[in-house]
Design a protein. Sequence first.
Length: 271
Amino acid sequence: MATWAIGDLQGCLDDFRCLLKKIQFKPDRDQLWLTGDLVNRGPDSLGTLRYCHDLRDNLTTVLGNHDLHLLAVLDGAVAYKRKDTFGDVLNAPDRKRLAEWLLTCPLLHENADFVMTHAGIYPLWSLERARQYAAEVEAVLQDASQRGEFFAHMYGNEPSVWDERLQGSERWRTITNFFTRLRLIDDNGHIDLIHKESLTVKPEHLHAWYEHAGRVAIDKTILFGHWAALQGNTGVHHVIGLDTGCVWGNALTAYCLDDRRVVTCQCHHAH
């Protein structure tokens, strides 16, 4: 039995299948952890969702910003955007079943040695607090009476710093942004949601979230996706980036939790 963590799929089903074949994944014995963003930008969001749903007994995915965007569109809270490529999901006869499954997926997943979120962990949170805040939003997503309000106010870059006094939709939006959109942060704990490029071109006053001087120590290896420009390279022990830009024509990456092997499947097309 092996457990593999795999970076953002974004509708790249053929590449996902290629990587699973390369790691010799066996659904009757192995486990998959996915960093989220199963859909959007790539060519086959529906096929990817269906494939992951079929493997759900052996697969755990955290929610990414693109997964939440799909759910918001399905909920009617926001319109389908010009750059979106999940129209196949919106028109699928099984879209409700797939959405119901996504709504049960966590923002944070862990075992004794590893913890995984889509974008990272806000550096001024302990792991205990991160668990608590993830559970808050997960409960809202699974509550039909609150879900509409959540999606209606999910979009926006503020607040950019954590304040325990936040309540309601502002609190939910901030927690969601920290788990699914985090990249850069300043010395005072304000996150920046504008810059998406590599660290070589970031503004001087910003740092990668995992390099913040006040980061609370977490005694587990952190796995995350979302930041394709890093190409998986953090330079920080026990912080592993797994989004290597498959959807942009680069590689899809798998990381073995048992022996820390890294396996990649080189993608052949930019989507």
